[in-house]
Design a protein around this ligand. Structure first.
Ligand SMILES: [Zn+2]
Ligand SMILES: [Zn+2]
Length: 256
């Protein structure tokens, strides 16, 4: 997480009225630099925050689905975050009224992700609040906090129990890698394509397994690389569920 957006908004500034208008829709007070990107959703800083918010949105929803598997079991996670879903959700939440100019459905959907990114800069609970307001009202802020009662640690790290924790862990790793790329000084001007390239390099399975070995994270079960990678992701997923999303992101951050 960082103190607001990098490279700067196009908008000239945010005043007290703007600040409270944004907070009324998002449900949280965000950094002025990020609020400016919500109000005037264009330019590189906007796209960078949208890119980071996309990863935060996925991670929040993955944690929601772990804790409440019946809630949206009939939909894939990708279906919950498609433009076709996000744009009308943004309209319902009153997001268009915030914008300095009229945005089409695609830009509105992008702006929802930027809002989640702005929330994530404040913290996991703020991100979950924005997701609840703008994307999926069944999301609860407790879902990104510590929930030790939800996971059987031993079962979640057994070779045949890796599925659910590894699924969540993959999204948490992606968010952690996105945060890492977003915060890197040498990438402060990079567009989202370059950021995605760097994130893909960080998440490369072979590289992750090498670092995980140095960290002593490998299970020693003798499984193939894909399975051992599941162990690594399950470890991160388990931390995210039992100790909270921010702790999970920190744990994954040891891999970068
Ligand atoms: Zn749900
Ligand atoms: Zn194994």
């Amino acid at each position: 997480m960082s103190e607001g957006s990098r490279t700067g908004p196009l908008r000239r500034g945010v005043d007290a009225t703007d600040r409270s208008r944004v907070a009324a829709v998002l449900g949280v007070v965000v950094a002025d630099a990020d609020a400016a990107l919500v109000l005037d959703p264009r330019g590189r800083a906007f796209q960078r925050l949208e890119w980071q918010g996309d990863s935060a949105l996925d991670a929040v929803l993955a944690l929601h689905r772990w804790g409440d598997p019946a809630c949206c079991a009939d939909r894939r996670l990708e279906d919950l975050v498609s433009d076709a879903v996000l744009a009308p959700a943004a309209v319902n939440a009153g997001l268009p009224d915030l914008l300095d100019w009229p945005a089409g459905p695609e830009r509105l959907a992008d702006t929802v992700e930027t809002c989640v990114g702005a929330g994530w800069h404040v913290g996991a609970q703020a991100a979950a609040t924005v997701v609840r307001r703008l994307v999926h009202d069944a999301v609860d802020v407790v879902e990104v906090g510590p929930r030790p009662e939800l996971a059987d640690r031993a079962a979640a790290l057994r070779c045949d129990g890796l599925g659910p924790p590894a699924h969540v862990g993959a999204y948490v790793c992606e968010l952690s890698a996105a945060d890492h790329a977003y915060a890197r000084d040498d990438l402060a001007d990079a567009d989202e394509g370059r950021l995605s390239d760097v994130r893909a390099l960080l998440l490369d399975g072979e590289r992750v397994l090498q670092v995980a070995e140095d960290l002593g994270w490998l299970p020693g079960c003798g499984g193939p690389p894909r399975h051992v990678l599941d162990h690594v992701q399950a470890r991160v997923g388990l931390v995210a569920v039992t100790a909270g999303l921010e702790a999970g992101v920190l744990e994954a951050g040891r891999l970068w």
